[in-house]
Write a protein that binds this ligand. Structure first.
Ligand code: SF4
Length: 292
């Protein structure tokens, strides 16, 4: 087994500083991802960070790694292409609840069903932040938002429960305020072979005055500090629905089954990017010119 050489946080410092509002939970998620990558000793060239649209989706611009800032709700589809193009890459997707659980929900479900080896970090603030405070799929029933002035009239989506039935093989919940804990959850998610979901409480201090840092602090407890075992599917189905005065964070469920890549014959000879296509240098140049 290769020895892991940990890398310092500065390794992943991006070319520009985040322009998130002071106090936004996303700062803590960025830092935890940088720390997790450093802890695993992942070189820049082996890390790809992909996002859709939203405040949190600006994250690839703030980390020193390969990055792709794509279309609203399409980050998982784009990340799937990247993973299949080079399955040696660690592909991490970062985005918000509106982007992933609303606009991109079809990609969310099918990526989990396929168990493609991706790490999906959702900065869940229960609101659309970039568009200035409309209800998102995780906004709770009755909540006042700009788009629901009479209170949100529909039930919220439980992304962890959906992940359980759709087939994700690593399902965790973290809090941006719990740095050490979140770093470990992300590191485990990256190491996990298969689809990993890490839903992170990442408060929007500007537009969500209900689910604040304090609100979460008063409620969250760590599963690792209880006798909970994340390998029991039936127990996990109950645990992911726990909500109210007590909200669990930690690894809710982890299992193992073949990934999409395992079953794809075209990948048996190694990453597609290293396959010999039999092209001459001129043909390669012409193709690059056509598509780049
Ligand atoms: Fe963060 Fe909300 Fe500000 Fe967006 S609007 S940067 S989510 S605090």
């Amino acid at each position: 087994m290769a020895t892991v050489v940990e890398l310092p946080l500065e390794t992943y410092k991006g070319p520009v500083d985040p322009d998130w509002c002071p106090g936004c939970g996303d700062f803590g998620v960025l830092r935890a991802l940088q720390r997790a990558a450093g802890k695993l000793g992942i070189h820049h060239k082996d890390l790809m960070v992909v996002s859709g649209i939203g405040c949190s989706s600006n994250l690839p611009g703030y980390i020193h790694a390969y990055g792709f800032h794509g279309l609203h709700g399409r980050a998982l589809a784009q990340a799937t292409g990247m993973k299949l193009g080079n399955h040696d890459l660690h592909v991490v997707i970062t985005g918000g609840d509106g982007d992933g659980y609303g606009i991109g929900i079809q990609h969310f479900i099918h990526s989990m069903r396929r168990n493609i080896d991706l790490t999906y970090i959702v900065m869940d603030n229960e609101i659309y932040g970039l568009t200035t405070g409309q209800a998102s799929p995780t906004t709770e029933r009755g909540e006042w938002t700009k788009s629901t002035p009479g209170g949100c009239p529909e039930d919220e989506l439980n992304p962890l429960a959906l992940a359980m039935v759709a087939g994700a093989t690593y399902i965790a919940r973290g809090s941006s305020a719990e740095q050490e804990h979140l770093t470990n959850l992300i590191a485990q998610g990256i190491q996990h072979k298969g689809f990993s979901l890490i839903d992170v409480f990442s408060p929007c201090v500007t537009y969500n005055k209900h689910n604040t840092h304090q609100w979460f602090k008063e409620r969250v407890y760590k599963l690792e500090e209880t006798d909970y075992e994340p390998t029991d599917y039936e127990r996990a189905l109950v645990k992911v629905r726990e909500w109210g005065d007590q909200i669990p964070i930690g690894v809710c469920y982890q299992t193992s089954r073949p990934t999409y890549e395992d079953g794809e014959p075209a990948l048996k000879k190694g990453p597609l990017v290293r396959h010999n296509l039999g092209l001459t240098p001129e043909q390669r140049r012409a193709l690059l010119q056509e598509f780049m």
